[in-house]
Design a protein around this ligand. Structure first.
Ligand SMILES: [Zn+2]
Length: 247
């Protein structure tokens, strides 16, 4: 794979969100410029090639990892998923429907809450030591990025993906990823207005500890509390955005 296949994203399309990264990489996979098993160039190089910041690139990669298109492997880089890899559902029909406003944010949050509570309960029963270590790492990452909301959101996404993987149920995981990816994309537009990242990091730590203690009931409760608060935070950020539009 030659690096020249990566096209710089047009300056005027370079949004503050990572959607352009997602659509460009998807297009390259669709066209066969990127094939299953290919490794993406190192983050620094790829950010330069696409003309986006590293947090934006990271968010785009996380989003594609959430729907099973890319797979970050620790210490080895990020790979295009092998064709025979774990099944994933394409989120685009859901995304389209969401954009047609058939789903309200309240419905999306309710669906996510139901799925993630079930997932957290199962993760408390089934998580491996390695998965728990990954959850702990993402929580540490959240506390380290309290002043960088976009980076915080990447750790937040990865935390939920790890808990989902730890549930051991691929159907619940695929459904959760579809719903959560849409919500994370919406959130990425307002997250820099976030006020409560420390409280959010603490709630993730509570979920992690309940899973580590193999306490399903506590894991479900902590996940419910976290997602109720996340919904309120998002509603608040959107209200702020309407009252004080950014320049
Ligand atoms: Zn979260």
């Amino acid at each position: 794979m030659s690096e020249s296949i990566f096209k710089t994203i047009d300056a005027e399309r370079r949004g503050t969100t990572f959607e352009e990264v997602v659509s460009q990489l998807r297009e390259m996979i669709h066209n066969g410029d990127l094939r299953p098993g290919d490794r993406l160039p190192p983050e620094r190089d790829l950010a330069k090639l696409l003309g986006v910041s590293r947090p934006t690139l990271r968010a785009g990669i996380s989003s594609l990892a959430a729907v099973g298109v890319l797979q970050p492997r620790r210490g080895a880089g990020t790979f295009v998923v092998e064709a025979e890899g774990p099944p994933s559902l394409d989120s685009s029909p859901l995304r389209l429907m969401a954009s047609l406003q058939r789903f309200t944010p309240a419905e999306m949050f309710e669906a996510r809450r139901s799925l993630e509570m079930a997932i957290a309960g199962l993760a408390a029963e089934r998580a491996t030591g390695e998965q728990m270590a990954e959850m702990s790492e993402e929580v540490t990452g959240m506390f380290a990025s309290l002043d960088e909301p976009e980076q915080f959101l990447v750790h937040d996404m990865r935390f939920h993906q790890t808990v989902a993987a730890a549930s051991g149920n691929r159907i619940l995981t695929a459904l959760m990823n579809m719903v959560a990816t849409i919500l994370f994309e919406v959130r990425s537009k307002t997250v820099r207005r976030a006020r409560d990242l420390k409280e959010s990091a603490e709630m993730h730590r509570k979920i992690y500890r309940a899973i580590r203690d193999r306490n399903s009931e506590a894991a479900r409760d902590a996940m419910r509390d976290h997602l109720m608060l996340a919904q309120k935070a998002q509603e608040q950020e959107e209200a702020d955005a309407i009252h004080q539009p950014s320049s």
